[in-house]
Design a protein. Structure first.
Length: 470
């Protein structure tokens, strides 16, 4: 019987030991949640993933998603609308024709998109040529039709980009240039190279005038046709799609908003990616990740910060590093930790606005900000000078004297700081779980488990005692 009791106790201890290991790991995992990047792909069979052996695989958008996730601190939510055989007319129709089956879905996806990739135009030209093995570049009438098709390509892409800007003016748009998909026709290479060059010029020009980024792919295929296009087919191999994705990623990743990570103490080099920034909210020190190592950039406590008050969250370009801003609409307190980023510290007590506070109107606005939102303060001084908010109450510190560090110390006692992950230039917050709450919850679970174990043991012991097993 002693053996059975020993086995029971051993089982309970094993369960508790597992919990003691699992719970801390759950807490650590909750300390950093990657922000979501909404990615929409528009295009033809290259986006859809038709392969060089005429099978169906993954197109370049799927590999772009992988490149971004491995090379940045983002998770990518991809919506791929690429369809084989699509021309520029088809892509445009999905966007502007309410009768199109994908009209609502495409427009809603674009509305939410952070980045958009586009590839179309080759099918417009190939549709005019027909059988490429019978293409005769000396046919002047055919060449005129090809030139007309290229003009149509430019017009359709232009309308498409303008419509995208109407739906979502903030999305980053990347348009693919074409590689030499007809390298297997050596006798007409001069004409082929000329037409590819002309088509890419049209796409590049339209992209430029609409604020989109042209992504060339011609050079990355040049000299690698055996690997990327081994068969007489215009679609690349998976390796070719990966090369295209790599080219896109070279343009996309450096332009992504910087990810800010917040925590207490020096960051671990295992966390984050190059270009990320980290704020030690215990010591108010900012770090930047260079290559694979976090390097200290500056100490916020050393700055002389001004005190600003307004209505609505502060604009990205408002104020300077070390400044504080109080949103009278929400009682939320901010500190500017970077030239492009205001950190929301938390809610504070209302500030008395009788001592010369700003009127809360937005700089450069007349009450008609983007989407109707008020995004920053504006001074109300007649001479146009900026009101520094020197008499705005004890919440921020009376007067302009004192370093940012002294004010941060005051706000640590007044504000409700939460761990967050944010992207520079984006006011949308991506909250991290409150680790203090999580730790308390895990402690409660542990205590509950121990209680259950104790009660179970007591009941078990009484039962065996009644049965006479002493």
């Amino acid at each position: 019987m002693k053996k059975r009791i020993k086995q029971f106790i051993t089982t309970i201890l094993s369960v508790l030991l597992v919990i003691s290991f699992v719970l801390p790991h759950q807490t650590l995992a909750a300390n950093f949640e990657k922000p979501i990047l909404n990615y929409v792909a528009l295009g033809d069979s290259l986006a859809a993933g038709y392969l060089n052996d005429k099978s169906r695989g993954r197109g370049y958008p799927e590999f772009i998603k992988e490149r971004i996730e491995s090379g940045s601190s983002y998770l990518v939510d991809l919506q791929n609308f690429g369809i084989g055989g699509y021309r520029t007319t088809h892509v445009l129709d999905d966007l502007i024709n309410p009768q199109s089956p994908k009209y609502q879905q495409v427009r809603e996806a674009i509305k939410q998109a952070d980045i958009i990739t586009y590839d179309a135009g080759a099918n417009d030209v190939l549709g005019v040529i027909g059988d490429v093995t019978k293409f005769n570049p000396n046919d002047s009438e055919l060449m005129k039709q090809i030139q007309a098709a290229m003009i149509t390509v430019g017009d359709n892409i232009d309308v498409t980009l303008k419509e995208i800007r109407k739906i979502n003016p903030d999305a980053q748009v990347y348009i693919m240039g074409y590689y030499n998909a007809l390298h297997f026709l050596p006798n007409i290479q001069d004409a082929v190279l000329y037409l590819i060059g002309e088509l890419n010029k049209v796409i590049d020009t339209v992209a430029f005038y609409n604020g989109a980024t042209f992504v060339p792919t011609f050079e990355i295929f040049n000299g690698k046709y055996q690997e990327y296009l081994p068969n007489p087919d215009i679609h690349p191999t998976e390796a070719g799609y990966q090369a295209i994705a790599g080219q896109f990623a070279n343009f996309i990743i450096p332009n992504l908003p910087i990810v800010w990570i917040f925590g207490e103490g020096t960051p671990s080099d295992e966390k984050g990616h190059p270009r990320d920034k980290y704020l030690d909210i215990k010591n108010w020190v900012v770090y930047e990740k260079v290559d694979l190592v976090w390097q200290k950039s500056y100490d916020l406590k050393e700055y002389e910060g001004e005190q600003l008050v307004g209505q609505g969250s502060p604009k990205v370009d408002y104020g300077k590093v070390g400044d504080f801003y109080f949103d009278q609409n929400t009682n939320i307190l901010y500190v500017k930790v970077d030239e492009l980023f205001w950190l929301e510290i938390g809610k504070s007590d209302p500030i008395d606005d009788n001592g010369g506070g700003q009127n809360g109107e937005q700089p450069g606005d007349s009450g008609t900000g983007s989407g109707g939102d008020q995004t920053g303060p504006q001074n109300n001084e007649k001479d146009g000078s900026q009101n520094t908010g020197s008499n705005q109450g004890e919440n921020l510190n009376s007067g302009n004297s004192g370093t940012t560090g002294e004010k941060l110390e005051q706000m640590n006692n007044k504000a409700n700081t939460t761990n967050t992950v944010k992207t520079a230039g984006n006011n949308q917050r991506l909250k991290l779980p409150n680790t203090a709450t999580n730790n308390g919850l895990f402690l409660l679970i542990g205590m509950f488990t121990i209680t259950i174990a104790g009660v179970s043991y007591l009941m078990y012991f009484r039962r065996i005692k009644r049965e006479g097993f002493e």
